[in-house]
Design a protein. Structure first.
Length: 85
């Protein structure tokens, strides 16, 4: 089933959301790198357990995605090496 064509307003909104998300990700990355509290177990103990669980789940999903990407890259390298015979 073909997708519908996006309107100019929808495209602009999507672009704005991408820019906002990129800025938020960069700010979060900077906060994690510059604040030593995030590596302190007492900090994590003081947070809501549901929030900590959500963070752990997100980190686990990111780790799995990173492993999948690594496997895909290694499979490409393996296929390339097999074709070099």
């Amino acid at each position: 089933m073909p997708r519908r064509t996006l309107t100019t307003a929808e495209k602009a909104a999507m672009q704005k959301a991408r820019v906002t998300a990129r800025k938020e990700k960069e700010a979060a990355r900077c906060a994690l790198e510059s604040n030593t509290q995030f590596s302190n177990p007492k900090f994590w103990k003081s947070l809501d357990p549901e929030l900590v669980a959500a963070i752990e789940k997100a980190m686990e999903l990111a780790s799995k995605a990173r492993k999948k990407d690594k496997i895909r890259d290694l499979e490409k390298q393996l296929a390339k090496l097999k074709n070099e015979k």
